[in-house]
Each structure stands twice: as structure tokens, then as C-alpha cells.
Design a protein around this ligand. Structure first.
Ligand code: ADP
Ligand code: ZN
Length: 217
């Protein structure tokens, strides 16, 4: 399968991508994860992206497009891919179309995870990630004090950009720059909506039904 996961920050793209990857064996490409790794490794890309990410703004299109273009030219893409966090602007969507044409790998569909903004703010500010296994948790639904990973005992931390003011800015950026992609993909007949307000399992079930109904595997 070749999918784009579209949706506001906190809609659950990363979690659903993990579940889909496990079930369908495709490659998960998260531009946010790639950028955070570059930041950690202090690469040239990381240094260029840092200030934008700290403010919850988008990093420049040309940087992200170069990054994705390189990634899509690796051999494992033959297994199919899930794009998570890309494209996020119209210029990125247009550049992505060109890349896909060049490598002869057209998209199956764009899955839109739909959810209210109030729920998103709550989810993002309560979000914790495990330093050891990378699992994502929510303070309000997990057991324990939120410091230790229930799965592996590793330390939990909050991403810098999940602080309340930055979250509000990321949602504004989504509304202004990314939301127009919904109409853009809908006009091309590629958009499939899924309700993303339920539990991880409920959302995953709905996504599977949508994919099965369209013979995507
Ligand atoms: P979320 O979806 O939770 O906001 P991501 O992990 O997808 O978080 O992205 C984190 C940050 O990385 C974004 O706020 C932005 O600064 C940067 N980023 C990720 N993907 C893109 C992209 N496609 N275009 C521009 N900036 C991006
Ligand atoms: Zn863990």
C-alpha cells in the first residue's frame, strides 16, 4: 500500500502508522521523526530546521522535499509506504506528485483522520513518549504516574513542542497551511475520511475497513 496519513497534530497519525506498518509490512516515513533525528545528530538539516520546530512552525518546503525525495529512492519502498506528516503544504503536495510520477509509485489513497480541536489540545499536552521503546502514551488514560513506561519500564518524556503555547501554534499552522490539502486531494478523488476521536483500536479498525472496501493491501 502507498498511503498518506493526513490530519492535525494529535490526530494519531504516528500511532496508526505504527499499527499499519506492523500489519501490512510497509515502510513508515515520518518527516517529524526524521527531522528530530537530524536535530539530535546536529546535522546541517537539523540545524536549519531547529528554530522553526521549536516555534511549532513548518520548516521550509525545499528542505522537507529534498529529505522525502531521498528517502523514497531507497529500495525498501518496494514494500509500500505510509507518509506521516508529509505533505503539509500545497507546494509539498505538488512536489510529492512529481516524485511519485518519477519513481512510478502512485498513491492508493489519502486517509484523513478527523477530530475536534479541543480534543487535540488535551491529547497533545498530555502526550508522553518512552525514551527506550518509543511508545506513545496519554497521561489521562494511562495507569501510573506518567513517569515510567507501562510496557518496558523506560523513562517517559514530553516533546518540547507539546507545551501548550506551541501546541496552539501548531494547530493554527495546520488550519492555515495543511487543511487546504483536504480539498486538494478530495478534488482528485483520493481522500478517505476516518473518525479519529475514538480509541487507538477503534480508529485502526475503521481504517482497516476503509482499506478493505477499496481493495488496498
Ligand atoms: P505533529 O504532527 O505532532 O505536529 P510531527 O512530528 O509531524 O508533529 O512534526 C513536528 C515538527 O516538524 C512540525 O511542527 C514541523 O516544524 C516539522 N515538520 C514535520 N514535517 C514537516 C513537513 N512536511 N513540512 C514542514 N515541517 C515539518
Ligand atoms: Zn517503553
Amino acid at each position: 500500500m502507498r498511503l498518506v496519513l493526513l490530519g492535525a497534530p494529535g490526530a494519531g497519525k504516528g500511532t496508526q502508522a505504527d499499527l499499519l506498518k506492523e500489519r501490512y509490512g510497509c515502510v513508515h516515513i515520518s518527516t517529524g521523526d526524521i527531522l528530530r533525528q537530524n536535530l539530535k545528530d546536529k546535522t546541517e538539516w537539523g540545524l536549519e530546521a531547529e528554530a522553526f520546530m521549536k516555534r511549532g512552525e513548518l520548516v521550509p518546503d525545499d528542505l522537507v522535499v529534498r529529505m522525502v525525495s531521498g528517502r523514497l529512492r531507497q529500495d525498501d519502498i518496494a514494500r509500500g509506504f505510509l507518509m506521516d506528516g508529509f505533505p503539509r503544504t500545497l507546494p509539498q503536495a505538488e512536489a510529492f506528485d512529481d516524485i511519485l510520477k518519477n519513481i512510478g509509485q502512485p498513491l492508493d489513497c489519502v486517509l484523513l483522520l478527523e477530530i475536534d480541536e479541543e480534543v487535540l489540545v488535551e491529547r497533545l499536552t498530555n502526550r508522553r513518549t518512552c525514551r527506550s521503546c518509543g511508545r506513545i502514551w496519554n497521561l489521562s488514560t494511562m495507569t501510573g504516574g506518567g513517569e515510567i513506561c507501562p510496557a518496558c519500564g523506560g523513562d517517559l518524556f514530553r516533546r518540547d513542542d507539546d507545551a501548550a503555547e506551541v501546541v496552539r501554534n501548531r494547530l493554527k499552522v495546520y488550519r492555515e497551511q495543511t487543511a487546504p490539502l483536504v480539498a486538494w486531494y478530495r478534488n482528485r478523488g483520493m481522500l478517505q475520511g476516518c473518525d479519529a476521536s475514538g480509541t487507538q483500536e477503534e480508529i485502526f479498525r475503521e481504517i482497516r475497513v476503509t482499506l478493505e472496501n477499496h481493495d488496498i493491501s
